[in-house]
Structures are given as structure tokens and as C-alpha cells.
Design a protein. Structure first.
Length: 156
């Protein structure tokens, strides 16, 4: 996939599997705002929201977490904890080379610091965990483009 400077809401919806309405709600709730917000045109219409490649990557991760069953409230909490406790954003924690790396076992979300400390982001984000067992059971989170299935043309 070739990166563009910005992506329209339609392009983001097609790449992430999110709906345009979900993007609008996430934008208005402050979960994930577009880099270039919609604004009124002189003709009375509105421009389309535009997202940067980093925004797109973060939306891919958020969409993946949502599909895994994490709630919108939990997504807000994850972004807030990353910002306030670790001083980083989702992009940096999911492949951007930041101070923490996000991992999941399918049910919980963990942050591993560059020093090797583990934190359960949704239960005790300020308390490091003692990790005993096989760390390979944890998967690193990253953004992956979802290919949407196109409807087949009917031949009449």
C-alpha cells in the first residue's frame, strides 16, 4: 500500500473496516480526531475530514481492539493511560519505537516498557506486574489494513 499525505473518511473506512458513522462518533467523542476536521464551505456544504498516515495506523489498532471486544470506554482509557503515564501515543506503542510496547493475550492489554516492566493497562496501570510463565503467549499489537470484500457484479 502506498502512503498518501492524508486519507478521506471514506478511504479510512474502507481500510479499517470501520463505518463512516463510527469515525464520526469517535471524532466527536474525542477518541480519535481527524488531523483536518470537517468545515463549512462558502457554498454551504461541508468538507470531508482528513486523516494522516499515523491517524490511519492508530485507527487500524483501535478497530482491531474493538473487534477483539474492548469497549469504547476501555479504548478511551488506554489512550489516556498511554499519554498520562507513559508520555506516548498509540502509534509509538504499536510499532513506532516508543518507550512502551502494547501486548495482548486476547483478553487483557499489557504495556511492556523498554526496561522490561509489564503493566496491565486496564486493571492496574500504575503497578508493575511480576511476569511468571511463557511471555510468547502475548501478541504484539500492530495496525493491519483490512481488505474489504467488494460485491460481485451481477450478470443479467
Amino acid at each position: 500500500m502506498k502512503l498518501k499525505k492524508t486519507y478521506s473518511s471514506r478511504e479510512v473506512a474502507a481500510l479499517t473496516g470501520l463505518t463512516a458513522r463510527q469515525l464520526q462518533v469517535w471524532d466527536s467523542s474525542g477518541l480519535m480526531s481527524s488531523a483536518i476536521p470537517s468545515h463549512r464551505t462558502p457554498a454551504g456544504g461541508y468538507t470531508e475530514r482528513r486523516y494522516t498516515p499515523i491517524d490511519l495506523f492508530e485507527l487500524l489498532v483501535l478497530a482491531d481492539l474493538r473487534r477483539r471486544g474492548f469497549t469504547i470506554h476501555q479504548l478511551h482509557l488506554i489512550l489516556r493511560i498511554l499519554k498520562e503515564q507513559f508520555g506516548t501515543r498509540l502509534f509509538d506503542a504499536t510499532g513506532g519505537g516508543g518507550p512502551v510496547q502494547l501486548l495482548t493475550d486476547g483478553r487483557e492489554l499489557y504495556a511492556r516498557t523498554s526496561g522490561g516492566d509489564f503493566f496491565n493497562l486496564l486493571k492496574t496501570p500504575t503497578q508493575p506486574l511480576l511476569v511468571v510463565g511463557d511471555e510468547r503467549l502475548l501478541r504484539e499489537l500492530s495496525g493491519k489494513v483490512r481488505r474489504t470484500k467488494r460485491a460481485k457484479k451481477r450478470i443479467r
